[in-house]
Design a protein around this ligand. Structure first.
Ligand code: PLP
Length: 490
């Protein structure tokens, strides 16, 4: 079994195995004609069930053959131009290369003595990001597993910085379109069930700052404490960006922590043409970015950034075995910088302990393509969404909700013949499911004012307006078929 350990003696076998795996995936990518096969859980469950995990195949080629039927054949492929579903991006090759390297070396970014240069690479990328945001010289941050964790950590810092220990008094303000991780974080942080005050959005799905101001005033009048305002820079459904400068002004007026959830909109930080859409973000106390959404990075790759690096101490805990409070060398400083001089331990800033070197993927991406390269790709999908909006707005079969600021389109099929709103809901839901089952394209769904809508999240620069038009035809076909059948049976 030692032959499977990756080390000096097995370097050649490592090379062969990985190349064999890469060949299979490359072949798959080259021959995949649809984003999905339409397989159902009932189809696939027996295939997985039939695998006996206690009877290993013992051989890489055999395991790869099996992988074809248990995973690769029926996976949902985000690189396909007709995958228009959730906030998943096709990934760039330098990042995938970075992924292969970081797994093989397997650094853990909690302490310097488990990563060395990896720690410095992560810190440099954090500095790069905070300077793109404009957070100033004291800024800092850390890579996280995703936007959910970044939001949780940001709100933890906000809670610790709040001017009361009475958790029941703390209030968080975020728009009705903010991500559910805000509510989840409030619960995890021990705040009350009504700690999150949902602020309505305007027609363009941006937080109404006038209502926010009124709610902040009411909060103060009731003797409650405005702990944080969460502005979303790129809502998950609409890509709408809350009015950051107005929110920043209110945050400072009411002494609230300003968190900007830019999990989706962070791609604008690299955009050569649209960076201004994030104006005001530089006034945030903390920012969430998901490189795995709009920087074309493989999952996971995310970070939380803070204006004042010292606030990260609220996530600092010490263990004698890992990052002792008083390193020996500090008690008795040696003459020079010393063997253990100033050792940067990223665990001091993180909710995680053992932690992936995700930063390497972004590093490779920036070193090969540069920030403009990434930003141009994100610009392309924003341009595509604008063109898609024109298509939808001109199409009598569809109602489209809002002109996109980023790269999502929310719309619904509206039949010519008069039917009930509930029937229209069902037709749209049916069309989405039928499309998924056909595997021809993948779209998402959401609700707007209680009604069923469909959603394109456009993150693939290879998707064209012709793809969008073709998918709209497919959806209309499925919806019409559904309505036709229900009429027949009525
Ligand atoms: C996706 C998303 C999140 C959650 O990020 P994960 O990486 O999925 O954990 C948070 N906020 C917004 C606005 C998002 O779109």
């Amino acid at each position: 079994m030692r032959s499977h350990l990756l080390n000096d003696a097995t370097a050649e076998s490592y090379r062969r195995s990985v190349i064999e795996g890469v060949e299979r995936v490359a072949d798959k990518l080259a021959t995949t004609r649809r984003p999905f096969t339409g397989v159902t859980p009932a189809d696939l469950a027996p295939v997985i069930d039939a695998v006996d995990l206690d009877k290993p195949l013992g051989d890489t080629s055999a395991a790869l053959d099996e992988l074809e039927s248990v995973y690769l054949r029926d996976a949902v492929y985000f690189h396909h131009p007709r995958y228009l579903g959730h906030l998943n991006c096709p990934v760039v090759i330098p990042a995938v290369l970075g992924e292969a390297v970081l797994s093989a070396v397997n650094s853990s970014l909690d302490t310097w003595d488990q990563s060395a240069g990896g720690t410095l690479i992560e810190r440099k990328l954090i500095d790069w990001t905070t300077s793109r945001i404009g957070l100033g010289p004291a800024a800092d941050g850390v890579f996280t597993s995703g936007g959910t964790q970044s939001n949780l950590q940001a709100l933890l810092l906000a809670r610790e910085e709040a001017k009361t220990d009475d958790l029941a008094k703390l209030r968080i303000f975020s728009s009705e379109c903010s991500h559910f991780s805000v509510q989840k974080s409030a619960t995890l942080l021990g705040l009350g069930a009504d700690a999150v005050i949902s602020i309505p959005v305007d027609r363009t799905k941006r937080m109404q700052s006038v209502v926010l101001a009124a709610e902040l005033e009411a909060c103060r009048a009731e003797g409650l404490v405005p702990m944080a305002i969460v502005a979303t820079a790129g809502t998950t459904d609409f890509g709408s960006i809350d009015p950051l400068p107005e929110i920043a002004a209110l945050a400072s007026e009411y002494g609230a922590w300003m968190h900007v959830d830019a999990a989706y909109g962070c791609g604008l930080l690299a955009s050569p043409t649209r960076r201004h859409l994030l104006d005001g973000i530089e006034r945030a106390d903390s920012v969430t970015v998901d490189y795995h959404k709009s920087f074309f990075q493989p999952v996971s790759s995310s970070a939380v950034l803070v204006r004042d690096g010292s606030t990260l101490r609220h996530a600092t805990y010490h263990a004698d075995y890992l990052n002792p409070r008083q390193p020996v060398a500090m008690e008795a400083p040696p003459t020079s910088e010393g063997l253990w001089g100033k050792v940067p331990n990223q665990v001091d800033k993180s909710l995680q302990t053992t932690r992936r070197f995700d930063a390497l993927k972004l590093w490779m991406t920036l070193r090969v393509m540069g920030a403009d390269g990434v930003g141009e790709l994100f610009d392309e999908v924003c341009d595509l969404a604008a063109a898609g909006f024109e298509l939808l707005a001109a199409d009598p079969r569809y109602d489209v909700v809002v002109e996109p600021q980023l790269s999502t389109l929310v719309y619904r099929y509206i039949p010519e013949a008069v039917t009930s709103p509930a029937e229209i809901d069902r037709a749209n839901l049916y069309a989405r499911k039928a499309l998924f089952a056909s595997g021809e394209a993948v779209v998402a769904g959401t609700k707007v004012d209680g009604r069923q809508y469909l959603k394109f999240t456009l993150l693939n620069p290879e998707t064209t307006t012709a793809d969008i038009a073709a998918v709209l035809d497919l959806i209309a076909g499925h919806a019409e078929q559904y309505l036709g059948e229900t009429l027949v049976h009525a």
